[in-house]
Ligand binder design. Structure first.
Ligand SMILES: Cc1ncc(COP(=O)(O)O)c(C=O)c1O
Length: 459
């Protein structure tokens, strides 16, 4: 029998098998090696008749699954990697079950769910109602959209449109930032603005936060020519925050589009102890926030926010007879780079509805407390030193008197030991290690395991 017809009849068995598989994987997250660097499995060719679901699952479990990392688990502290809460996972499964394309309102309430989710997120982050938002695949794309809006705003100041006339219609663009994330450089490359357009502004001493006086001097040197400022809320090494209120106040004297990369720093708003760090966020022209980091929904999910939805339609509008024109309440097809896409808002909607602001606040506060705990252990042990104070959820440290070789060797020993995964960095010219807490599963017992692994690996 043709495999697809067979599978249609066996759908319940296939889904039941997948459920059991999922439970087994999630149940073993605590025990499996946290990170791996296995050799690539030998590729197989395309089967003409199809292997069937059971054999395909077996092949996956033989050749690939054993090499998958435990990145959804509690001791994967590399990059800034969130896990997946149960409700978010359920929402993600249903996303595929319903397989909605939320870009048009012609046939489904799926776009309304995305709009409602954006409303819930506005509440979560304390953003006023005049912020519009949409879901994109990650913070890189949220930065891309925000910077595209900045580019169009700059053109608008000169009475032209880059969306219509191309970049040739305006002079070269200047972008100013203290510690822009690498994804903003990538976005500038994709936007034709160019990586070199970004001028790095001096930071405060021993900080990753921009020196606002130096920023003002750079704005002054623009001689009234509008530019883009990228402010950073939550830098990757030390979770440092630019002073958004002071930067926004500069707009009274200098013309600039204020984009804020708050990929994971926006979550400071959820914790009373850290909320002041994002004061002024609502004054941004565009904001990037990731969902697949600290909101603990599955990849790939982030949000871009702006008050200038009109600019967004100008840049991303996608009108055709069969798609319709943008209305007062434009369809998502007119708002972001993608046309067709999955309803990625659904897992966030499930997470927010299920756990509320208090549940998500608990994740943030717990992760910050665990980062403090690890930071204290590191600070009080002569073999390691902190490279920066632990501000929120990232501990940036190094072996005492460590160099690049000792840092790399330590990280590899830890990875091969399999109990924790950490990633390297360079802070103020010093090779270091980052431990980023962003998974809802991590506990104080995990910090003890991580600490013991560190102590053994450095011995
Ligand atoms: C501050 C910041 N901005 C942007 C990004 C890019 O995020 P993504 O990988 O979701 O595109 C990251 C990722 O770590 C980040 O930390």
């Amino acid at each position: 029998m043709f495999t697809l017809t067979e599978d249609q009849q066996n759908l319940a068995t296939i889904l039941e098998t997948t459920l059991q598989e999922a439970l087994a994987v999630l149940g073993s997250l605590e025990n499996r090696a946290v990170a791996k660097a296995p050799p690539a499995p030998t590729p197989i060719g395309l089967s003409a008749s199809g292997l069937g679901f059971a054999a395909t699952l077996q092949d996956f479990n033989t050749r690939f699954a054993p090499g998958f990392s435990g990145s959804a688990g509690p001791r994967y502290l590399g990059f800034v990697t969130g896990g997946t809460t149960p409700a978010a996972l359920a929402g993600d499964w249903l996303t595929s079950v319903y397989d909605q394309n939320p870009t048009s309102s012609l046939d489904s309430s799926a776009p309304d769910l995305e709009r409602e989710t954006i409303g819930l997120l506005r509440q979560l982050f304390g953003l006023p109602n005049d912020f519009f938002g949409s879901f994109v695949s990650g913070a890189t794309m949220a930065n891309f959209v925000g910077l595209a809006l900045g580019r169009e705003w700059l053109a608008e100041q000169q009475g032209v449109s880059v969306a219509e006339d191309g970049l040739g219609a305006i002079p070269a663009i200047t972008v100013l930032s203290g510690s822009a994330h690498s994804s903003s450089y990538k976005a500038l490359s994709m936007l034709g603005i160019g990586r070199k357009a970004l001028k790095t502004i001096a930071k405060l001493p021993q900080r990753e936060a921009v020196d606002v006086i130096a920023l003002e001097a750079a704005l002054n040197a623009q001689n009234g020519v509008p530019c883009i400022v990228i402010a950073n809320s939550g830098t990757v090494n030390t979770v440092d925050f630019d002073d958004l209120e002071a930067i926004a106040a500069l707009r009274q004297r200098y013309p600039f589009w204020l984009h804020v990369d708050a990929a994971f720093g926006a979550f400071a708003y959820l914790s009373q102890a850290h909320r002041h760090l994002v004061a002024g966020l609502a004054q941004a022209d565009s904001i990037c926030i990731d969902a697949h980091k600290w909101l603990n929904v599955p990849y790939d999910s982030a949000m871009q926010f702006t008050k200038r939805r009109d600019l967004q339609v100008r840049v991303f509008g996608n009108s055709a007879a069969y798609l319709g024109l943008p209305t007062e309440n434009p369809d998502f097809v007119h708002l972001t780079p993608e046309n067709s896409r999955r309803l990625r808002a659904l897992s966030t909607w499930f997470a927010l509805q299920s756990y509320g602001s208090a549940g998500h606040c608990e994740i943030v506060e717990k992760n910050c407390a665990l980062a403090q705990l690890l930071g204290q252990k590191i600070a009080s042990n002569g073999r390691f030193e902190l490279l920066a104070p632990v501000r929120m959820n990232v501990v940036c440290f190094a072996p005492t008197n460590g160099n690049q070789a000792s840092v790399t060797a330590l990280i590899e020993r830890l990875r091969d030991d399999g109990q924790v995964f950490l990633t390297p960095t360079l802070l103020f010219g010093r090779p270091g290690i980052r431990a980023a807490f962003s998974n809802w599963r991590t506990t104080a017992a995990d910090v003890e395991v991580i600490w013991q692994a560190l102590v053994s690996a450095i011995a």
